[in-house]
Design a binder for this molecule. Structure first.
Ligand code: MN
Length: 326
């Protein structure tokens, strides 16, 4: 790994203009890692733009520099750094952008990563890209300030499910402890990310919870958010952060799914498992991807059609026989 970090350091020394991008529908790891990379490059006197294809959820806008994340646009730069993206398409850029930049750097922890970069720093054992960012900071001996530490802490906190998932190893907790030494306020970070919601968002959650249904002997829990619900509550797609965890919370379920109608008849599907089932296989059936316990994809069709497809996908991957009835 040190060889790759060395190559990245050299690259940063030699080049002047950078674009940092992570996956659309960004989570805390995507956002925190992008902000951290942007901050490091700026402090090194580089020209940096940070992009994301979709808006930053409101609960992450408190992070230092969050206002620097801009909607995706074509731009001239020498180096493009993709963070937390298993393949280049996840950035939302089309392939022509890839060809126009001099160097693509791919920093990720998805097992399914396609090594699409000229420099690939991919470690599927890392709990978060935030952990890789911390490695980089340490490798460079970079002077860490509280803001940078906060960005990286948020990335690790969210991708480990607040240090609850199996990825929470002694090493991860030691890293988190080290980061806290730089003055990060863990309550401030957790409060903003998890403990405070707009009333409209909580109303949307109420509507979504009322759609909870289980299938396949209770092993699959489904929940949905429709265009009508957004209109009724005055909310947007980015308000659904964390909703899928309520589907997974249903006692007896193995997999929880949130179907989110992002556009009329186009559903963004988030899939979470709490056991051994690899839900990236479910997402892959629809051209999506992710990790064993958290994956996503997009499926077109009516709500009933999409539900039916998900039930069949669950049945296929889990080898459970399911009827579409509860
Ligand atoms: Mn991640």
């Amino acid at each position: 790994m040190n060889r790759e970090w060395g190559r990245l350091c050299e690259l940063i020394q030699r080049r002047t203009s950078f674009v940092v991008v992570s996956h659309k529908n960004p989570d805390g790891d995507a956002i925190g890692s992008s902000l951290a990379m942007g901050r490091i490059l700026r402090k090194k006197g580089k020209q940096v733009e940070i992009f994301n294809a979709t808006p930053i959820p409101g609960n992450f806008t408190f992070l230092p520099d969050a206002e620097l994340i801009k909607p995706l646009k074509e731009t001239e730069c020498e180096v493009l750094i993709a963070l937390d993206c298993a393949d280049f398409q996840r950035t939302g850029f089309d392939d022509s952008v890839r060809e126009r930049v001099d160097v693509v750097v791919n920093i990720d922890h998805h097992e399914t990563n396609t090594h699409f970069g000229d420099i690939n720093i991919v470690d599927s054992d890392a709990a978060a890209v935030g952990c890789l960012m911390w490695q980089f900071v340490k490798y460079m001996n970079f002077p860490v300030d509280k803001d940078l530490a906060t960005q990286i802490y948020a990335a690790i906190l969210t991708d480990t499910g607040s240090f609850r998932y199996l990825t929470t190893t002694p090493k991860v907790l030691r890293t988190a402890a080290e980061i806290l030494e730089y003055g990060v306020d863990p309550w401030y970070v957790a409060f903003n990310i998890y403990e405070e919601r707009r009333l409209s968002t909580l109303r949307l959650l109420g509507l979504a919870l009322s759609t909870l249904e289980t299938y396949c002997d209770g092993k699959l829990a489904l929940m949905c958010v429709t265009q009508k619900m957004y209109k009724e509550t005055g909310t947007q797609t980015k308000s659904t952060e964390g909703f899928v965890n309520f589907a997974r919370a249903v006692k007896g379920s193995e997999v929880g799914v949130l179907l989110r109608e992002d556009e009329p008849s186009l559903f963004r599907v988030s899939i979470r498992s709490k056991g051994n089932m690899d839900v990236s296989q479910m997402a892959a059936l629809f051209g999506g991807g992710g990790h064993k316990n958290a994956s996503g994809c997009e499926i077109g069709g009516s709500l009933d059609e999409v539900k039916e497809k998900i039930i069949r996908a669950f049945s296929k991957v889990s080898n459970e026989r399911c009827s579409s009835h509860r």
